[in-house]
Design a protein around this ligand. Sequence first.
Ligand SMILES: Cc1cc2nc3c(=O)[nH]c(=O)nc-3n(C[C@H](O)[C@H](O)[C@H](O)COP(=O)(O)OP(=O)(O)OC[C@H]3O[C@@H](n4cnc5c(N)ncnc54)[C@H](O)[C@@H]3O)c2cc1C
Length: 429
Amino acid sequence: MGDENFDAIVIGAGPAGIACAYTLAKQGKTVLVIERGDSAGSKNVTGGRFYTYALEMVDRGLTAEAALERKVTHEQIMMLSGNRAISVDYYDPSFNRVGGTAQSFTILRAVFDPWFAGKAEEMGATVVCGIRVDDVIEKEGKIVGVIAGGDEMYANVVVAADGVNSFIAQKAGLIKDIESHAVAVGVKEIIELPAQTIEQRFNLKSEEGAARLILGCTEGIHGGGFLYTNKESISLGAVFMPEEVARHGRSLPEMFQEFKMHPAICPLLEGGKTVEYGGHLVAEEGYRGIPKKLYREGFLVCGEAAGFVVNLGYTIRGLDLAVLSGLAAAKAILEAASPAKVGPAYMQQLEAVKLLPIMRALDGFTDALDIPNLFGTYPKVAADLFQKLYAVDGSVPDHLRKQIWGVVKGNKLTLRQLFADGIRGMKAL
Ligand SMILES: Cc1cc2nc3c(=O)[nH]c(=O)nc-3n(C[C@H](O)[C@H](O)[C@H](O)COP(=O)(O)OP(=O)(O)OC[C@H]3O[C@@H](n4cnc5c(N)ncnc54)[C@H](O)[C@@H]3O)c2cc1C
């Protein structure tokens, strides 16, 4: 490989890197993807839901072939407080079908990523796993290749799709070392269960799936839980802000274990076998976390390396945005008239595929999720209120307004605090 000059070298076989490689290879470009994991997906952690419109933008019909788990027909939000739980389940069996395809599916990265990498190989890309890219090669101010496994490899364009906390974008001088407030740390288990058991426990028809985000499971720490049903397993995890975990004093595994043992969660996992356990960072700042510059001559940054993730509280989108950015990078490489024009063309493509407009539109959610009471006090207020409403013991109940006020005061909230959080939430939305 040493002497060959590729049209593009892509670092990382995640959804961003593979979408880029697939698109370039399909147009006859020579593409080398270098992945440090033993196989694509082996080093990745995702909650587990993927919006498939992005695959259709890469190539029509790709979703039908994709290694997907269950189509999400149950969108759920759960709040935990003490041993209590409130659940909202939005069920729609034909939810937002686009061209006959369900809008989102649960996925397992260890299955989905190798499938996607295989498709890029079918198009002609070379995917090499088990090798880490250690540095970029610079000549006369341009990036012209990479150093990986002790070898130098050259390309017209190097695409950094190496995920959150991109070491390669740092080497290229585009980003600084990540700051702790910019990321959350996620832990996740995959728990195997028979398909029928999953369907009974989650009230699913065959092939249907549930996506559940959970508030109140992080002991007041900024973060939340998630649960996704796969064909024959459940993905259960939680994300926490690392700075707050450090101050909190309890370890992540301890808090996660307690979450698993919650009386509303534990029965869903009963009899299951944990087959995978992982931890990973996830970018948290949305649009504001995107680095000022996403390119240099001969170099592009895409996917989560470029901060393309939005956490909305009720859903998290990183995979679809990764695919969109990989597609935008490939289109820029294909259309640019000269190497110097690839970077500006990439920025235009990020607009054209609607990635940047989506992220701008969802920018305010970051502020809404900054309300500290959201992660402990408000789930408790909601549970206390439900307890009051549903408890019947023969006594004369207080007027509803008095009951609500009693709950608010009982949780040491003031009108001023409620008002301030309300205004903050409204502004964010
Ligand atoms: C706990 C958690 C839950 C999440 N849930 C969801 C969800 O439900 N839905 C959603 O859409 N998004 C979710 N996300 C976000 C999503 O996983 C990411 O945004 C997405 O994976 C980013 O894709 P990517 O291709 O940019 O990077 P990645 O998927 O991280 O891929 C980067 C690849 O680069 C490789 N690599 C890194 N460095 C090097 C190197 N030096 N040399 C060679 N290879 C290298 C890595 O091994 C990896 O395979 C979640 C994230 C976390 C942590």
